[in-house]
Design a protein around this ligand. Structure first.
Ligand code: CO
Length: 292
């Protein structure tokens, strides 16, 4: 496959940064500092940031990243660390869950084992539905529910969520995975009912349209955003250049204009705790886990 070396490099860095996060995620640590250190590590290791590191606590499954002024200090949370690295746009995507309470080891293990079962199903060339089934049955076996409206996905150059969709449950999809592609598989396990919803206060956005904007400040913000090449970015990054309140106003205006999309935090609908484990895989003659 073309660009496999870039995918390998991005995947390797993503895996290293995920493991590095274990040193940072400790009671008493500030979430803001953890995010900044994780993203700095990506650059230090020679990668680029494919999306803002997602640090999602407790019932939040994904799309949380700190912002200036929120001052969250870790205590006894269950925290998902989802890291995205790119090399020339080719993305490595990986996640793990750290339980600081000491009470949710089984929930963490459920998504870890589900990912192993899914990779095994991929190696056996099972259908997409059967991959989802392996995830679902493993998580159910621990007494938890898979989150059905989150899924794994294909990866492409400057695209984090591409086709195909890799479900976290048995959808009955009989299709097999095409060869010569890179995908991410990400089981989510929850003590809740198995569904997430959009909430408010997005901290992550991406540009989806190139269009002129009249407002001068919004135009200045958009100029900064162009460097991300359509990949997701954090309010936190831009707040280093622009006053936060004005920036928030401009970002929501750009969403209304259809130039940006937002990624609001995703809590589990019943408020259940959530764990997540994710690897990126190369689907070739052999299956290669890129984010080990
Ligand atoms: Co992913």
């Amino acid at each position: 496959m073309e660009n496999l070396e870039e995918y390998r490099k991005a995947g390797k860095i993503a895996g290293q940064v995920r493991e590095y996060s274990r040193e940072l995620v400790k009671p008493g640590a500030k979430l803001f500092d953890i995010a900044e250190k994780i993203e700095a590590k990506i650059i230090e290791l020679g990668g680029q940031i494919a999306f803002p590191v997602n640090l999602s606590l407790n019932q939040f499954a994904a799309h949380c990243t700190p912002v200036q002024g929120d001052d969250i200090v870790l205590k006894d949370e269950i925290i998902k660390v989802d890291v995205g690295v790119h090399v020339d746009g080719f993305v490595g995507d990986t996640a793990h869950t750290i339980d600081l309470s000491g009470k949710n080891a089984e929930l963490v293990k459920a998504s870890e084992e589900a990912l192993k079962a899914a990779i095994e199903a991929v190696k056996q060339d099972k259908s997409i539905g059967e991959i989802g089934k392996a995830i679902q049955e493993t998580i159910n076996g621990f007494g938890f529910a898979p989150i059905k409206n989150l899924s794994g996905h294909g990866l492409d150059q400057y695209v984090v969520h591409d086709a195909p969709t890799i479900p976290n449950y048995d959808t009955g999809n009989m299709n097999k995975l095409d060869k010569e592609q890179v995908i991410a598989i990400e089981p989510f396990a929850t003590t809740g009912t198995g569904k997430v919803k959009d909430s408010s206060n997005p901290m992550i956005y991406s540009q989806i349209e190139i269009k002129p904007i009249r407002d001068m400040f919004a135009r200045k913000v958009l100029k900064e955003i162009e460097q991300y090449n359509g990949l997701p970015f954090a309010t936190r990054w831009l707040a280093k250049k622009f006053p936060l309140n004005q920036l928030r106003f401009a970002l929501s205006r750009l969403v209304r204009e259809g130039i940006l999309r937002d990624y609001p935090p995703l809590p589990e609908v019943a408020g259940g705790l959530v764990s997540q484990t994710e690897h990126s895989l190369y689907i070739g003659k052999e299956i290669e886990v890129l984010t080990k």
